[in-house]
Write a protein that binds this ligand. Structure first.
Ligand SMILES: [Zn+2]
Length: 200
């Protein structure tokens, strides 16, 4: 039976939870049973979800999640707007910020070019990035994308659209390690310090 049409609330809840990143079928069932049997936790979670849905929006400048029109990084006078670090997802900003090494601004693409998944250049926030580089004096774009064929395609396209701006990518220590979220702060520090220039 399709869980979406199920009139069993527990099945519906487990189905919705199973769609969250990192939650498998087994875990979704365990969580659904936990929430159904712990009403107070369910109340807190419901309130937190409604609050997050109503109050969190995307920063107008970098597209990070925020409760204000501009995020705290875009508002900060201490950040250098001559450097933009390009990432795929809002969570990537948090991992890099934990490293404490980068003092510039960010740009969240939202997706990377992946023809097999039907994701085209227009589906990524590339035009918005180009507009930003025209508005501010940007000297360097640093790509902090998880290594893949798709990210290489995305990096090549963007850097070809930004002649005259230095384009770099994080050093291979991070690339060899794989995902940004599994990288410790020391590796992030070295990846920024030893970033390499992208040549067209
Ligand atoms: Zn921002």
């Amino acid at each position: 039976m399709d869980p979406l049409n199920s009139n069993q609330p527990l099945d519906r809840l487990a189905y919705e939870l199973s769609k969250l990143p990192g939650i498998g079928i087994k875990a979704s069932k365990r969580l659904a049973i936990f929430l159904a049997s712990h009403k107070q936790h369910a109340d807190y979670l419901t309130k937190a979800l409604i609050d997050a849905k109503e109050k969190i929006c995307e920063c107008k400048n970098c597209f990070q999640l925020t409760t204000d029109p501009l995020c705290s990084i875009c508002r900060s006078a201490k950040r250098q707007n001559s450097m933009i670090c390009v990432v795929e997802k809002p969570s990537d900003v948090n991992y890099i910020e934990e490293g404490g090494v980068f003092r510039g601004h960010y740009h969240i693409l939202g997706a990377i070019i992946s023809p097999l998944d039907g994701i085209r250049a227009e589906d990524c926030r590339i035009q918005e990035l180009i507009t930003r580089t025209k508005k501010d004096t940007v000297f360097e774009i640093i790509f902090a994308l998880n290594p893949s064929i798709e990210s290489a395609t995305t990096i090549n396209l963007i850097s070809s659209l930004l002649p005259g701006i230095k384009c770099t990518q994080l050093a291979s220590g991070l690339a060899a390690g794989g995902m940004i979220e599994f990288t410790d702060t020391r590796t992030i520090y070295h990846a920024f310090q030893n970033r390499t220039e992208i040549r067209q």
